[in-house]
Design a protein around this ligand. Structure first.
Ligand code: EPU
Length: 338
């Protein structure tokens, strides 16, 4: 396996900033990954594990070893009349996995069509869209410890999934494991989840859609709202939808009757961050080489030649104006690397 020095990362993260890694390697087998982690030359270096680089913000060059697992087998490990359990290697392109499942008639991930990234990265931020989160279908996650080189298995409960959150973003695990495989349990006769606003509108003329029709509808909605990273660099939603106390949300709804709120838990309600950002006048606004995507203001964009610091400055300005107007703190969803 080749280990590259001063390697350009522009093509390996979806914001497309001109940054480099001191070292970069893309192991294409689990054995190559193990050997790389065991190599005394790189043992002490900081390490960054990336999938499709679709949720990362680099502020500068990465002064360590970037590892991008490339192994990409999909194996059926169990099957009965109702369900199938599948293992996907970390390097499986997420949307190819979804397509494979849809083509076989296995339901559960079709709403997650078109999300950039890999199967190994999907559990980290518990990817979600159109009423489904990947936690709903994850059976378990296999990983390799960087310190001891020992394998470790996380059951779905041990992953501690939350809204765009998991144990892999926290505690000691964040910098000490490489996810090697994820296991999913999918259903052979599932009922598609079509209640989410934009998706139910897209399927208006199709009351009993097949998995393939749901996938096509999701892809169409995404194309309308979300920028293609090949055209304008972005990391999907840059902020999370904030959860606020019910009383505050209801006061907002009374003041703004068009506002749609979403239940979070018993005591809190989610306010769409896109709406808050739009109300503060940011929708479609461009600042130099970066800006706020007009069809979905939750997405910050690099039009070309922008930097991570440009995006961070824009994000800080947005956070400040939302806090000043609504008293609500917007939390970043994208992962700031350095
Ligand atoms: N809205 C506006 N103005 C706009 C666009 C949206 O006010 O210009 C408001 C509307 O009230 C709309 C609401 O925002 O009803 C929700 O918009 P949308 O359905 O586009 O979803 P979102 O909450 O903004 C979340 C996820 C997306 C995911 C969509 C669909 C987060 C942080 N983001 O966005 O995920 O695709 O739902 O399920 O939860 C991602 O994580 O990268 C991502 C794109």
């Amino acid at each position: 396996m080749q280990i590259h020095r001063d390697y350009p990362l522009k093509a390996h993260h979806t914001f497309g900033f001109d940054v480099k890694a001191r070292y970069y390697a893309a192991p294409d087998t689990p054995e190559a990954l193990h050997a790389l982690l065991a190599d005394p030359l790189y043992r002490k270096l900081p390490k960054l594990i990336i999938g499709g680089g679709s949720n990362l913000l680099f502020r500068a060059d990465y002064e360590g070893l970037v590892i991008q697992p490339r192994f990409h087998a999909i194996d059926i490990v169990d099957e009965d009349d109702d369900s199938v359990t599948l293992c996907a290697d970390a390097g499986v392109v997420w949307d190819e996995f979804v397509d494979y499942c849809v083509q076989h008639g296995w339901g559960g991930v079709e709403n997650l069509s078109g999300i950039p990234g890999t199967a190994g990265a999907a559990p980290v931020q518990n990817i979600g869209a159109y009423g489904v989160e990947v936690k709903d279908v994850i059976y378990g996650v296999e990983a390799l410890r960087i310190d001891s080189l020992q394998p470790v298995f996380f059951t779905r409960e041990a992953c501690m999934f939350g809204y765009r959150d998991s144990i892999f973003k926290h505690t000691a695990w964040k910098n000490n494991i490489v996810i090697t495989r994820a296991t999913f349990k999918l259903w052979k006769n599932s009922q598609p989840v079509t209640h989410y606003g934009a998706l139910s509108a897209a399927l208006h003329d199709c009351p009993t859609p097949t998995l393939a029709q749901v996938r096509q509808a999701v892809l169409a909605v995404r194309r309308q709202k979300l920028p293609d990273p090949a055209v304008a660099g972005n990391a999907g939603s840059f902020f999370k939808n904030p959860a606020v106390p019910c009383a505050k949300a209801h006061a907002l709804a009374a003041a703004y009757p068009a506002l749609t709120l979403y239940p979070a838990n018993g005591e809190e309600v989610k306010v769409p961050a896109a709406w808050l950002i739009e109300q503060c006048g940011w929708k479609g606004k461009r600042v130099g080489q970066v800006g706020v995507h007009a069809p979905q203001p939750l997405v910050l964009v690099n039009y070309g030649g922008g930097t991570g610091n440009d995006v961070m400055q824009l994000a800080a300005d947005i956070q400040q104006s939302v806090a000043a107007k609504f008293g609500i703190a917007l939390e970043m969803e994208a992962n700031v690397v350095n």
